[in-house]
Design a protein around this ligand. Structure first.
Ligand SMILES: *[C@@H]1O[C@H](CO)[C@@H](O)[C@H](O)[C@H]1NC(C)=O
Ligand SMILES: *[C@@H]1O[C@H](CO)[C@@H](O)[C@H](O)[C@H]1NC(C)=O
Ligand SMILES: *[C@@H]1O[C@H](CO)[C@@H](O)[C@H](O)[C@H]1NC(C)=O
Ligand SMILES: *[C@@H]1O[C@H](CO)[C@@H](O)[C@H](O)[C@H]1NC(C)=O
Ligand SMILES: *[C@@H]1O[C@H](CO)[C@@H](O)[C@H](O)[C@H]1NC(C)=O
Ligand SMILES: *[C@@H]1O[C@H](CO)[C@@H](O)[C@H](O)[C@H]1NC(C)=O
Length: 361
């Protein structure tokens, strides 16, 4: 009997060692690697606290074949790098909070499980983006991300949920913008499908968490220069923490000065005065004398330019704009910011919904 038991034990050890080995050396470049998005329910209902696949492998996936890159490889590398940040935001939330963190504050008792589910769909995005990069290009790995909510004590739940709304709205905006860079029709449609999923995440929070009108008027904000939005997520990356095999993110990167607005002066709502601040004193635009500068506001398909007082860095959010969804503001040296190069700083997100969050970002 004892012999039999040890035999079973040995067999079990050998089997698990073999499976472990098979799983870790399996070819991550192969899209048939399980679980497969939209086939497996894994990307909806994995409930573990540990990172789900493919985020449980954080190293970049190196090219497995030589040859020219796929036509949209760079776009998907940018997306995958952005997704590591977005996924990590949810993963850190899942590890930091538990069901009672939210229920305690009177939030719906399924808030934590919804966040788990969103975390899983973000892991699914990651797998979709990995699969969309050809085997001739590197698939970026994870950096270390700091979203700030873990260090702010009691306010952290609110801060976390506010950032959730901002992250989803900005994901919608960059997905819509990236369509302009896509070569393959499949890529264009995939970007719309991804943006729609982010919208569902955002809508859930507006209805269940913030209990406000979930709609943002007839059209969400279209911002033409998607890489500038991606670049603004670099503020969450711990400096020097990215794997050296990762490409520059985003590519190409302008490294524009980032701006915030002085929330003691403005709520960022239409008609209100706005005073910009540069986030990094080392990275500010050079203003020339006798040149006109503008604060350019994007909302839906509307683009409205307002003169910028470069001494006070002040302007006015156009009163014509509907107080819904998001207004994106940049500083430009041409009316309407007609080219990527005409943008000198930004973008800044002025979140109009939920109203309570105005001016926080
Ligand atoms: C891994 O999968 C990719 C994509 O299917 C393929 O091109 C490559 O040859 C595979 N590598 C190995 C070692 O099987
Ligand atoms: C996940 O969903 C699948 C199919 O809908 C179901 O079979 C499985 O039991 C679910 N798992 C959990 C943990 O809810
Ligand atoms: C990652 O998760 C997948 C799916 O659960 C699992 O098959 C794989 O062994 C895990 N890999 C690592 C390195 O933990
Ligand atoms: C949630 O976390 C708190 C603080 O760490 C702990 O006191 C509580 O028991 C946890 N609740 C659940 C349901 O795990
Ligand atoms: C969660 O809330 C719903 C609606 O308020 C209630 O019906 C349900 O019993 C609650 N579940 C738990 C586990 O507390
Ligand atoms: C995209 O689809 C349109 C309409 O079917 C077609 O005319 C066009 O050639 C396609 N473009 C590419 C790059 O495949």
């Amino acid at each position: 009997m004892r012999v039999l038991r040890s035999l079973i034990f040995i067999v079990a050890v050998v089997v698990s060692a073999t499976t472990g080995n098979v799983l870790t050396t399996r070819n991550l470049s192969d899209p048939n690697h399980d679980p497969i998005p939209s086939e497996s329910s894994y990307y909806s209902n994995y409930t573990g606290r540990m990172p789900p696949f493919p985020a449980n492998v954080t190293a970049p996936i190196l090219p497995t074949v030589k040859g020219p890159p796929g036509p949209d490889d760079r776009l998907f590398q940018n997306l995958l790098a952005a997704e590591w940040a977005i996924f990590s935001f949810y993963q850190q939330g899942v590890e930091f909070f538990n069901a009672s963190s939210f229920a305690m504050l009177g939030l719906p008792n399924n808030t934590y499980s919804r966040l788990l589910e969103i975390r899983d769909t973000e892991a699914g995005h990651m797998r979709i983006f990995q699969d969309s990069i050809s085997s001739a290009s590197v698939k970026p790995g994870s950096c270390i991300y700091d979203f700030g909510f873990q260090s702010s004590g009691r306010a952290s739940v609110t801060e976390y949920l506010a950032l959730q709304t901002l992250i989803e709205v900005s994901s919608m905006a960059f997905a819509a913008g990236l369509v302009r860079q896509a070569v393959a029709n499949e890529t264009k449609s995939a970007l719309v499908g991804i943006g729609e999923t982010e919208t569902r995440h955002g809508i859930w929070a507006l209805i269940e968490i913030w209990k406000v009108d979930p709609f943002a008027g007839p059209i969400d904000t279209v911002y033409p220069y998607a890489n500038q939005i991606l670049d603004s997520t670099n503020r969450f990356i711990v400096s020097g923490s990215c794997p050296s095999a990762n490409p520059v993110y985003p590519s190409p990167r302008q490294n524009l000065p980032q701006i915030s607005s002085d929330s003691t002066i403005s709520a960022g709502t239409p008609g209100s005065k706005i005073v910009f601040k540069f986030v990094d004193p080392e990275n500010v635009p050079m203003f020339r004398k006798n040149q006109d500068y503008y604060a350019v506001f994007f909302h839906g398909l509307e683009i409205i330019s307002v003169p910028l007082d470069i001494k006070k860095l002040s302007s006015v959010v156009p009163k014509e704009l509907e107080e819904k969804g998001i207004i994106i503001a940049v500083i430009a040296d041409e009316k309407g910011a007609p080219t990527e190069e005409s943008v000198l700083a930004g973008p800044l997100f002025l979140l109009q919904q939920p109203g309570a969050l105005q001016g926080q970002f």
